[in-house]
Ligand binder design. Structure first.
Ligand SMILES: *Cc1c(COP(=O)(O)O)cnc(C)c1O
Length: 386
């Protein structure tokens, strides 16, 4: 028996367990004091920008688009180098997704491509901080000058990163996070939306809670009675329970340590791969302090599939992030064609994510590096004994 080294893995400590147990023993399982406290703790990572906790990162995107007023007849510009939810959650609201290509090196949304894709119908332009590297937000703002479109940052990979010294969460009108176990921190399932504008944040909070309005001065029929609440616009139940917010608060206390551990591992990969022929290391811009969620290498000479298969056979759980979103059959069936975003598509053909998570040991990282070297020599490394 051999154990597959995963590409990502959560770190859960006794403190996390104690925090969850304490919440379970409290008077609230959901929508209690831990939600407000988690949102306040998150805001300390977004430069004070207000946050709404939601049930997962896909829900965060759905909530963000709904808060922006996305609906039928609207267009949403999305880069294809992302998890499909960045695009599909806009489709769920009846919008048309317009894919715009990414930049070389960082594989984040290309501001020139975003400008070319933006029309009078564009309601939101979504950037994705691929692998934890922020997109070029000042250039994206410039590209959208003169348009009414809102800028959304899908920061599922990048909580804790900074752009020109400013934190992710403060860079776009709306920012979405995911707390899935492989991400930079986890609440099992979970996510959040940060909004620069108070009105947008209120709309996000309402959509997350079925659209219910409770504030007396906002009610259409304020004298109905003390029990009264109203729905003005339809929403869904995307609440994150108190129990999971307690886990999130405990995890956030270690986010700085998680990011430091990821940065150390990235530096070690960078050094070990510097002289390896046949692969390219992830690119970065001088203005970014990434929060590395992935370590995405490029395997040259058409050998990505072979290297993937050899590393998997060696017990190294490498991953491919991502199939270009417009290649999914659901988009192909809507008429989206391969070839429309050549930078993202040729990157996909080469892309391979090496294992990266805070508890990855030096010995395991050596195994990854050795197995990669062997795969590039056309050899499959022996898997480690369990
Ligand atoms: C993980 C992820 C999502 C979705 O988050 P879930 O919590 O899995 O729903 C969205 N966008 C990107 C870029 C992601 O990596």
């Amino acid at each position: 028996m051999t154990a597959m080294l995963p590409y990502g893995r959560q770190s859960v400590t006794a403190d996390d367990v104690a925090a969850v147990v304490a919440a379970l023993r409290s008077d609230w399982l959901t929508t209690g004091p831990q939600v407000d406290a988690f949102e306040a703790d998150l805001a300390s990572w977004t430069g004070g920008v207000g946050c709404a906790a939601v049930s997962n990162g896909t829900a965060a995107l759905h909530v963000g688009y709904a808060a922006a007023g996305v609906g039928p007849g609207d267009e949403v510009v999305v880069p294809p180098m992302t998890f499909v939810a960045t695009a599909s959650s806009a489709v769920a609201l009846g919008a048309k997704v317009v894919f715009a290509d990414v930049e070389e090196e960082t594989f984040t949304l290309d501001p020139a491509a975003a400008a070319a894709a933006t029309t009078a119908r564009t309601r939101v332009v979504s950037a994705v901080d691929y692998a934890g590297h922020p997109a070029d937000y000042d250039a994206l703002r410039g590209a959208l000058a003169g348009s009414d479109a809102l800028l959304l940052a899908d920061a599922a990979h990048s909580i804790g990163a900074t752009y020109r010294g400013r934190p992710v969460g403060s860079l776009a009108d709306l920012t979405t996070f995911s707390f899935f176990p492989t991400k930079n921190l986890t609440t099992a399932e979970g996510g959040a939306v940060a909004a620069l504008d108070a009105e947008l944040l209120t709309r996000a909070r309402r959509f997350r809670n079925i659209g219910l309005v409770r504030e007396r001065d906002a009610l259409r029929w304020p004298d109905e009675g003390g029990w009264h609440q109203e729905v003005h616009e339809f929403g869904l139940n995307y609440r994150l329970p108190d129990v999971l917010c307690a886990l999130g608060r405990s995890q956030l206390r270690r986010l700085g340590d998680f990011l430091a551990a990821r940065a150390r591992l990235v530096a070690r990969y960078d050094e070990a791969l510097a002289d390896l022929d046949g692969v390219l290391r992830p690119g970065r811009r001088s203005w970014a302090a990434p929060a590395w969620h992935l370590y995405p290498i490029r395997v040259l000479d058409g050998r990505r599939r072979e290297v993937y298969d050899r590393m998997r056979a060696a017990g190294i759980g490498v991953q491919v992030n991502y199939l270009p979103a417009h290649w999914h059959p659901a988009f192909a069936d809507l008429g989206y064609r391969r070839g429309s975003c050549p930078v993202a598509e040729s990157f996909y053909e080469q892309q391979l994510s090496l294992p990266l998570f805070p508890t990855l040991t030096g010995a395991d990282q050596d195994r990854v590096i050795d197995a990669l070297g062997a795969a590039l020599r056309g050899v499959t490394a022996r898997p480690a004994a369990a």
